[in-house]
Design a protein around this ligand. Structure first.
Ligand SMILES: Cc1cc2nc3c(=O)[nH]c(=O)nc-3n(C[C@H](O)[C@H](O)[C@H](O)COP(=O)(O)OP(=O)(O)OC[C@H]3O[C@@H](n4cnc5c(N)ncnc54)[C@H](O)[C@@H]3O)c2cc1C
Length: 311
């Protein structure tokens, strides 16, 4: 059994930032990396919105964060936590190979995953024209035609945001009305750059191999069965995200479809001593820098929790 004042689960920007702050607060943090060391940014290319670095490859940024956490004194373990017992204190986590951790505080930083359409062509062009984040990648499509897939708030917000860069945004929705809030819908209908294709599903994303890049999509009208090819350079899939909450969904309060609920302006969850940071709790911003900010908050709050508990 390895004992620590702070167990961090997850190695994205939230987890590594919590590790830096936890180590500097002498909490001897242990960070379990999980199956995706470095988190979501390891599957992207250029990151151009991490303050202080104009452009960096996602995997390189995450190596920098890992090095920083190690040098600050955090113990980084390549382990996947498969069970977390929050019913007793100190908390106990079980990893692969019968590893066990006893923790005075836990920072949950297990992130989220975008939902995808499931097409082979979508997989092929991910990061090369196919994206699930307009805030991250919209800038790369200045002066181009892009498509957005979805009909909820996220899809509608992403379509509106993309009109800042694209010459035209085609919103493809499989139903004949949006689920998004009425006020957002009004903005969509008023925006001359946005065209909506109702009752339509994406059949294929087409593009070039050398260089790898999107050239268009093929959609089908599910009522008329008519197939249409739409030229575009970017495809934004906006059909929701799934928070990685399997370890705690039956132990902690959640909201908004499974995101961990935290107190206002805090990372404190419904169990004292358990903190949530980054995309596991953030259904709104979903950015590396906001995840890192929450990782900082979680470590500072864990430090305060531990010193109060010991009084
Ligand atoms: C393709 C793409 C491009 C993006 N581009 C940008 C961008 O340019 N700029 C930007 O700001 N944001 C971008 N984002 C969003 C950004 O990546 C996320 O907001 C950010 O990574 C969230 O960080 P996080 O620390 O919450 O978790 P994540 O990065 O999601 O990491 C979660 C971590 O938890 C670990 N984990 C999960 N379950 C377990 C377990 N049971 N045990 C141990 N570990 C576990 C995983 O292995 C992973 O390391 C992009 C996202 C994607 C998908």
């Amino acid at each position: 059994m390895q004992k620590t004042s702070m167990l961090i689960i997850g190695s994205g920007p939230a987890g590594y930032t919590a590790a830096v702050y936890g180590a500097r607060a002498m909490l001897n943090p242990i960070l379990a990396q999980g199956i995706q060391p470095g988190g979501q940014l390891t599957i992207t290319t250029e990151v151009e919105n991490w303050p202080g670095i104009q452009e960096i490859q996602g995997p390189d940024l995450m190596i920098n964060l890992e090095d920083h956490a190690k040098k600050a004194g955090a113990k980084i373990v390549p382990d996947v936590i498969n069970k977390l017992d929050l019913s007793k204190y100190p908390f106990v986590a079980h990893g692969d190979n019968d590893n066990k951790y006893e923790a005075e505080s836990v920072v949950l930083a297990t992130g989220a995953q975008a939902n995808w359409l499931g097409l082979d062509s979508e997989q092929k062009y991910k990061g090369f024209g196919v994206s699930a984040c307009a805030t991250c990648d919209g800038f790369f499509f200045r002066g181009q035609v892009v498509t957005v897939i979805g009909g909820g708030n996220t899809a509608v917000e992403e379509a509106l945001f993309l009109t800042n860069f694209a010459t035209k945004v085609i919103l493809i929705h499989r139903r004949e009305s949006f689920r998004a809030e009425k006020i957002l819908q009004e903005r969509i209908f008023k925006n001359p750059k946005i065209e909506v294709k109702w009752n339509s599903i994406v059949k294929e994303i087409i593009g070039t191999d050398d260089p790898l890049g999107v050239e268009g999509i093929i959609i089908e009208d599910i009522k008329t069965k008519k197939v249409l090819s739409l030229p575009c350079k970017g495809v934004f899939v906006a059909i929701g995200h799934s928070p990685s909450n399997e370890l705690v969904k039956d132990q902690l309060d959640t909201h908004q479809g499974g995101y961990i609920l935290t107190q206002n302006n805090s990372t404190q969850t419904s169990i004292p001593g358990v903190f949530a940071a980054g995309d596991i709790t953030d259904f709104k911003y979903r950015q590396a820098v906001t995840a890192a900010g929450m990782g900082c908050m979680a470590a500072l709050e864990a430090e305060r929790f531990i010193s109060e508990t010991k009084k």
